[in-house]
Design a protein around this ligand. Structure first.
Ligand code: SF4
Ligand code: SF4
Length: 115
């Protein structure tokens, strides 16, 4: 005779969570035209390479989050404030205005601040 067993609530939660993640990944792939950079999604704060920074201060007033400040003769980014300009501009403004190439770069060791 068929025996009905109730599903464990933990199991239901796991299945729901997996479906949610799959749905989210499918949406990201769909809306990005298949060009999803998963590292960028998880970690996205910017940093300034101090050995290359000329301390011209061009980036400081352009940051919409006031994340850039002077420290010891160079400029640094507070990763807790940097949102990669999301919500303000299409591109990172510090990168756009910096005259020294590859000085404002993604800091893969720090997650983007999430409001
Ligand atoms: S990426 Fe945007 S928010 Fe982050 S430090 Fe640069 S200008 Fe500021
Ligand atoms: S714009 Fe570039 S070189 Fe100038 S202070 Fe900012 S990081 Fe340094």
């Amino acid at each position: 005779m068929y025996e009905y067993k109730q599903m464990n609530p933990n199991c239901i939660f796991r299945i729901f969570f997996i479906l949610l993640v799959v749905f989210e990944l499918a949406c990201m792939l769909l809306f990005s035209g298949g060009r999803v950079n998963f590292v960028r999604i998880i970690k996205m704060a910017y940093k300034i390479i101090s050995s290359q920074c000329t301390a011209c201060s061009a980036c400081e007033p352009e940051c919409p989050n006031v994340a850039i400040y002077e420290k010891d003769g160079t400029f640094v980014i507070n990763p807790k404030k940097c949102t990669e300009c999301i919500g303000y501009f299409d591109d990172a403004q510090c990168v756009a205005v910096c005259p020294v190439e590859n000085t404002c770069v993604i800091d893969n060791s720090y997650p983007r601040y999430q409001a």
